[in-house]
Unconditional design. Structure first.
Length: 132
């Protein structure tokens, strides 16, 4: 066998290994219940803000601690602790869908990332629904 063929096979094998290992670590969209059953795995949870009066964020104490309550798409509610600052327009987007990324830990969802819909998109969608 030629050296180039051996090198090509090795590269293909390494590529397959990298893809397979990254697929196993990839987080998936689930509910709080599934995340609680598998606390060692990261999940994306899609939901809406509930209990807005119970949000905790004090940048003077810890700018990377934001606590709020989220209801997932199956209706289950859980406290979420985000290890980032509170997004600027979070209160304005309270009715928009929120995606948190992390895992369950000691009865709450421990998030290291949050994705929200852009406020302008939310306003445009709201206006479109009013015209219907």
């Amino acid at each position: 066998m030629k050296k180039s063929a051996i090198i090509l096979l090795l590269l293909v094998g390494i590529g397959v290994f990298v893809v397979m290992s990254s697929v196993q670590d990839a987080s998936t969209y689930e509910s709080f219940q599934v995340a609680a059953e598998n606390p060692e795995k990261d999940y994306h949870i899609v939901g809406k803000l509930v209990f807005p009066e119970r949000m905790v964020y004090d940048p003077k104490v810890d700018a990377n601690y934001f606590e709020f309550w989220l209801q997932d798409q199956k209706g289950e509610v859980s406290k979420v602790i985000l290890h980032e600052g509170k997004p600027v327009d979070f209160d304005r987007n309270a009715q928009a869908q929120i995606v948190v990324v992390g895992n369950m830990s000691d009865g709450f969802f421990d998030a290291d990332q949050m994705l929200t819909k852009c406020p302008s998109k939310y306003e445009d969608e709201k206006k479109a629904n009013l015209k219907k």
